[in-house]
Design a protein around this ligand. Structure first.
Ligand code: ZN
Length: 169
């Protein structure tokens, strides 16, 4: 099932909705299509539309609280921009800061992107035990990270130019 990213009128990412729901919002003129899958079309109520990848609400809605992004290995790599937390080089693996064997969990605050070499070197130890230092501590994903995850961009793919993301601190 395809999902569509839904943005607030202010371009702030809100969540993802099913394709069906996205089409309904567009048909009801509650949302506009900002980006669609190239070449894919959907038929709804005798109208053919490009399959929306991102839609934006016409009216700003106040969101009382944000849904937190679910943890995933891919999410950790996206959050850390595929940079190793120990050396800053390209990361392709996910390291548990406190190893699972020590009770460390699959959480945003216990996982970092790591290059294969550092992940192998650290092995089943904490950074202190391995004599390794984290360049930056792990953190909960920002709305910008959530957006990248929702868009399912592959590494190296660029964001559409109408989107401006807050720069990571
Ligand atoms: Zn490394």
């Amino acid at each position: 099932m395809r999902e569509t990213l839904i943005l607030n009128a202010s371009f702030e990412p809100l969540s993802t909705v099913s394709l069906r729901r996205a089409v309904v919002l567009v048909m009801q003129e509650k949302a506009v299509v900002e980006q669609s899958h190239p070449g894919l079309r959907v038929r709804a109520a005798n109208v053919e539309l490009p399959v929306p990848q991102v839609i934006r609400l016409r009216r700003y809605v106040r969101v009382p609280f944000r849904q937190r992004a679910a943890w995933s290995r891919r999410g950790v790599l996206v959050r850390d921009r595929h940079r190793c937390a120990y050396c800053g080089r390209r990361a392709t693996t996910v390291d548990h800061v406190v190893p699972r064997s020590h009770g460390g969990g699959d959480t945003w605050l216990n996982t970092v992107a790591a290059c294969a070499e550092d992940n192998h070197r650290k092995a089943d130890r904490t950074p202190a035990e391995a004599g390794m230092r984290l360049l930056t501590p792990p953190f909960e994903p920002t709305p910008a990270d959530a957006l990248l995850l929702a868009l399912r961009l592959r590494d190296g793919e660029t964001l559409p130019e109408w989107l401006t993301l807050p720069t990571p601190a």
